[in-house]
Ligand binder design. Structure first.
Ligand SMILES: Cc1cc2nc3c(=O)[nH]c(=O)nc-3n(C[C@H](O)[C@H](O)[C@H](O)COP(=O)(O)OP(=O)(O)OC[C@H]3O[C@@H](n4cnc5c(N)ncnc54)[C@H](O)[C@@H]3O)c2cc1C
Ligand code: FES
Ligand code: FES
Length: 498
């Protein structure tokens, strides 16, 4: 039966909760702390940065229950419909979790404010590690990645990392396994009912259609609706900007918008695929893309944030747009006038203005698979992890013999939209790729952009970095001088990753 539901339902640990959603902007953190009286999950920043509010979300992927971390402060309650939520309270029952014991044993906690978030990220790592059948401790790299979205100001990371090393290799407890078995059964049964959520609360609507066709209809019924995918941007409009949003339409329950497939024509990624799910396919295109993706927010942000959201937000400093423009990606849009396909670069009209008509939404992104040997991209930010780019440069040059056959170069952070370096591309095309051409291309690049100074970087710094990235590309390709990652990662002279 395909009748819609007015109440949301989810598992809170082992308990089924069915409740009205009076306000569509209620966050999961508000629900946990103020309604469920579960105060273990903390509020630090309320903007997805510190990880104090980390919980695990259990959901079915290809029929199997998987738990991934999320920032409860910017996750909307409606988005956990038909999922399982695990907080530090559930993890600690009936006795302290081995991760908590390890934190005590290694002196991994001082003020303790960040501790529940670290514990939840570590339990998420343990569950993923066990899922992959690993018995040895997770690598330092895996621990760093799992904890990059958690900040601690008191303890220092050494003891926390030691705790992760000890505890994350332990097998999952029988209690955890029993809780997961029950959750798998409940979520599977709910999934079979196919009853989309359409909540009409006192303060507004929250709808989660299950198909693209239903989404189209809902958007026609609610022309003023705000689309929400992972809410890693929209959540901040609520918690930080206090924007009144009375109708939210969630695209996360539409499976057809989450598919990721590769064929002769290229790679196709559904707009609602999470960055974590898309990372394997995108990272396989180039190790450079993989490195950028590992530095896209922290794990909590990548687990929820989507590729479609990263493009549709129109940000001039979003990480994926410059990369995808350099790769000549296309956008597939669907709206009341039917589907249409446009080059990604045409989507960004001006700062804050995208080519998206009323009632239209982004369905998928396709990337032609071409010769990617000449592709490179680098993200430059003040901090290595969990930081937005100051500048991101993406370069796709095809070189025949010694001559540049074609060049697509795109930068983020250099203009009001992600933008191609057209003069620079012209200066390179048809020329031998030597020092003299590089010098001309660098001069041309300076005429391509007139960046702003802001809190991330000055105008002068941005121009200098763009210029240096082009030189780096040349060194990497022609002189064969692989540059140390130190300079590919964060701003030279500023804090480096240990
Ligand atoms: C702590 C933190 C760290 C971050 N780090 C990075 C980073 O390193 N790099 C980076 O680029 N970004 C970063 N971001 C920004 C954000 O995570 C990304 O832009 C993310 O990809 C947004 O996706 P989402 O699904 O959460 O979008 P949402 O917040 O759900 O939506 C964003 C916008 O897209 C629209 N939208 C969503 N889906 C569709 C669709 N299918 N069709 C049409 N419109 C749609 C929404 O209406 C909204 O306008 C960070 C954010 C946080 C909170
Ligand atoms: S409170 Fe800081 S990430 Fe949620
Ligand atoms: S123990 Fe105080 S912030 Fe981490």
């Amino acid at each position: 039966m395909n009748t819609s539901r007015h109440q949301i339902r989810f598992l809170l640990g082992r308990n089924i909760i069915e409740t009205e959603l009076n306000d569509p902007t209620t966050t999961l953190l508000e629900f946990l702390r103020e309604q469920a009286e579960l105060k273990g999950t903390k509020e630090g920043c309320a903007e997805g940065d510190c990880g104090a509010c980390t919980v695990l979300i259990g959901e079915l992927k290809d029929g199997r229950l998987q738990h991934t971390s999320a920032n409860a402060c910017i996750l909307l309650l409606g988005m956990v419909d038909e999922k399982q939520i695990i907080t530090v309270e559930h993890a600690a029952l009936p006795e302290p979790h081995p991760v908590q014991r390890a934190m005590v044993a290694t002196d991994g906690s001082q003020c303790g404010f960040c501790t529940p978030g670290f514990v939840m990220s570590m339990i998420g790592l343990q569950a993923a590690h066990a899922d992959h059948g690993h018995e040895s401790p997770p690598t330092r790299e895996a621990i760093d990645q799992a904890l990059a979205g958690n900040l601690c100001r008191c303890t220092g990371y050494g003891p926390i990392i030691d705790a992760a090393r000890h505890a994350c290799a332990l097998p999952l407890s029988p209690d955890w396994q029993a809780m997961s078995c029950e959750a798998q059964t409940t979520l599977s049964a709910w999934g079979k009912e196919v009853r989309p959520l359409a909540s009409h609360g006192k303060c507004g609507h929250f709808e989660a259609p299950r198909t693209s066709a239903a989404l189209l209809k809902v958007l026609q019924q609610h022309p003023d609706a705000t689309l929400v995918a992972g809410a890693t941007d929209v959540g901040l409009w609520i918690t930080k900007h206090g924007r009144p949003l009375s109708t939210l339409v969630h695209v996360g329950a539409i499976d057809e918008l989450k598919t990721i497939e590769s064929n002769d024509a290229g790679l196709h990624i559904g707009a609602a695929a999470s960055l974590a799910d898309a990372a394997n396919a995108l990272g396989a295109l180039s190790p450079n893309i993989e490195r950028v993706l590992l530095r896209f927010g922290g794990a909590q942000v990548r687990n929820r944030g989507t590729l479609g959201g990263n493009i549709a937000n129109g940000s001039p400093i979003g990480d994926m747009a410059p990369i995808l423009i350099a790769l000549d990606a296309r956008l597939h849009l669907s709206g009341p006038d039917g589907p249409r396909t446009i080059p990604l670069e045409a989507f960004f009209i001006a700062y804050g203005k995208q080519d998206l008509n009323p009632g239209e939404f982004l369905e998928s992104i396709s990337i032609p698979i071409s010769d990617l040997n000449g592709f490179r991209c680098w993200k430059i930010s003040k901090r290595f992890d969990q930081d937005i780019s100051a500048v991101l440069g993406a370069f796709q040059l095809l070189i025949d013999g010694e001559q540049v056959h074609s060049a697509r170069i795109c930068f983020g952070g250099m203009a009001g939209t992600p933008q191609r370096a057209v003069a620079c591309e012209l200066a390179l095309t048809g020329q031998p790729f030597n020092r003299a051409t590089l010098a001309l291309a660098q001069t041309a690049l300076m005429s391509d952009f007139s960046p702003l100074s802001d809190l991330r970087a000055s105008r002068h710094y941005r121009l200098r970095v763009a210029n240096n990235l082009l030189e780096r590309y040349w060194l990497d390709r022609i002189a064969g001088e692989t540059q140390p990652d130190l300079y590919s990662s964060s701003m030279p002279g500023l804090l480096q990753h240990d």
